[in-house]
Ligand binder design. Structure first.
Ligand SMILES: NC(=O)c1ccc[n+]([C@@H]2O[C@H](COP(=O)([O-])OP(=O)(O)OC[C@H]3O[C@@H](n4cnc5c(N)ncnc54)[C@H](O)[C@@H]3O)[C@@H](O)[C@H]2O)c1
Length: 368
């Protein structure tokens, strides 16, 4: 049975996120059910060189059965494809194909394809609809929902982008069967982040089902995705453009996580493993700033979180990086404001806040 979550955002069309096994087959019909898509003909499917050979034919068959004329572009798999150069090639191809404002872009792949195709759609002819068909766990639980799209510059990640909500999201859990283990764990890190920030209910459900999720049990996976989508939809509804301070909670674990990724050179450790390490670190920071009286509770939370991460296969990272280089990398993060280090700290499940911390305190928690 597929699950459907409706995302309602102020000033936007509502959109559905469908989650289930084999639902790509119904993608074309689902799109035809969207009123403003009823007369659309041209669709461009953007995918990458790993995902294309696996799922492009299914997606195109479903689209053509519903009367769409589907073209495709396959970009090289990997973060390097999130570039202005590739975006430019796709815009030119769309113009050469004669695509007008009445076309739809379909993003078939992980977060890289989702962010790239989303940005391409947000800018082509000042904006055409995008449909997300996520094929990684990370993209299903996080990046396909919420409308953040971007490409990278040589100067940094995600520096050029737009908020552009999808018109529909189709998360076919069958596609996860071919996902490498490393990418699976990456998604598990984001599921853990969502559970910690969301609620006792989600956290304890995940704690009880962590081994099933780590072992890719299908029912558990579908429920974990649905819970994450409900959580993210709620956060985004309260802070569509990251201007209200609510969406900042999604950065939990990411400040140190990004620093480890960049110091160790991107790709050495998976993003999920780095985020998990960042969550452990943020819990240490929360303990070091907690008042004496409340420290016991913060420690108990840190322990429960560590057990959850271990059970998900996200053990503590032995990255060997020095506190000083990690501190320098964190200060380069684009989310740093006037040189001050800001962290999402969690004292207990669903109890988060953003705090500015001194370099000395951060260095001490890093073991420097
Ligand atoms: N927009 C957002 O809100 C948001 C949130 C989090 C992350 N992101 C972005 O997402 C990107 C990371 O996304 P990702 O982790 O999905 O990585 P990815 O898109 O690079 O996918 C990882 C690898 O798995 C392959 N792959 C994808 N689906 C597969 C499948 N079903 N079977 C086999 N192989 C498959 C891909 O081709 C790629 O080689 C980053 O660029 C990050 O900035 C965006």
């Amino acid at each position: 049975m597929a699950t459907k979550v409706i995302v309602s955002l102020p000033g936007e069309h509502d959109y559905s996120v469908r989650i289930g096994s084999g639902i790509i087959a119904a993608l074309g019909c689902n799109l035809r059910e969207i009123e403003r898509f009823s007369t659309i003909r041209d669709v461009l499917v953007i995918t990458d060189s790993d995902v294309g050979p696996l799922y492009l034919a299914q997606v195109k068959a479903s689209l053509s059965q519903a009367g769409f004329k589907a073209a495709d572009i396959v970009v090289p798999a990997g973060e390097n494809s999130k570039s202005l150069e590739i975006a430019g090639e796709i815009w030119s191809a769309m113009a050469q194909l004669g695509m007008g404002r009445d076309c739809v872009v379909v993003a078939l792949g992980g977060g890289v394809v989702g962010d790239l195709a989303g940005y391409v759609a947000a800018s082509y002819m000042r904006g055409v609809p995008v449909v997300q068909v996520p094929t990684t766990l990370l993209a299903m639980v996080d990046s396909s929902v919420g409308g953040k799209t971007a490409v990278n510059l040589p100067e940094g990640k995600n520096l050029v982008g737009a908020f552009w909500q999808p018109s529909f999201v189709c998360a076919d859990t069958d596609t996860l069967a071919t996902l490498p283990d490393r990418e699976w764990r990456c998604g598990c890190g984001e599921v853990a982040k969502s559970a910690v920030i969301d609620s006792d209910d989600f956290f304890f459900w995940l704690t009880n089902h962590a081994h099933e999720l780590a072992n890719r049990d299908s029912e558990t996976t579908q429920e974990a995705i649905a819970r994450c989508v409900v959580f993210k939809a709620d956060v985004v509804a309260r802070d569509k453009t990251e201007s209200e301070g609510v969406r900042e909670c999604l950065n939990y674990g990411h400040t140190l996580g990004h620093a480890i990724e960049s110091c160790a050179s991107f790709g050495t450790f998976s993003h999920g493993a780095c985020v998990a390490e960042g969550m452990r670190f943020a819990a240490r920071l929360a303990q070091s700033v907690a008042p004496e009286a409340g420290r016991g509770a913060v420690e108990a939370f840190a322990e429960a979180q560590a057990e959850l991460l271990d059970a998900l296969g996200l053990e503590s990272l032995n990255h060997g990086l020095s506190p000083e280089e990690l501190l320098a990398a964190m200060k380069h993060d684009k989310k740093v404001r006037s040189g001050e280090l800001r962290f999402v700290l969690v004292d207990d499940i669903a109890s988060w806040r953003v705090e500015t911390l001194s370099d000395d305190l951060v260095l001490a928690a890093l073991g420097g």
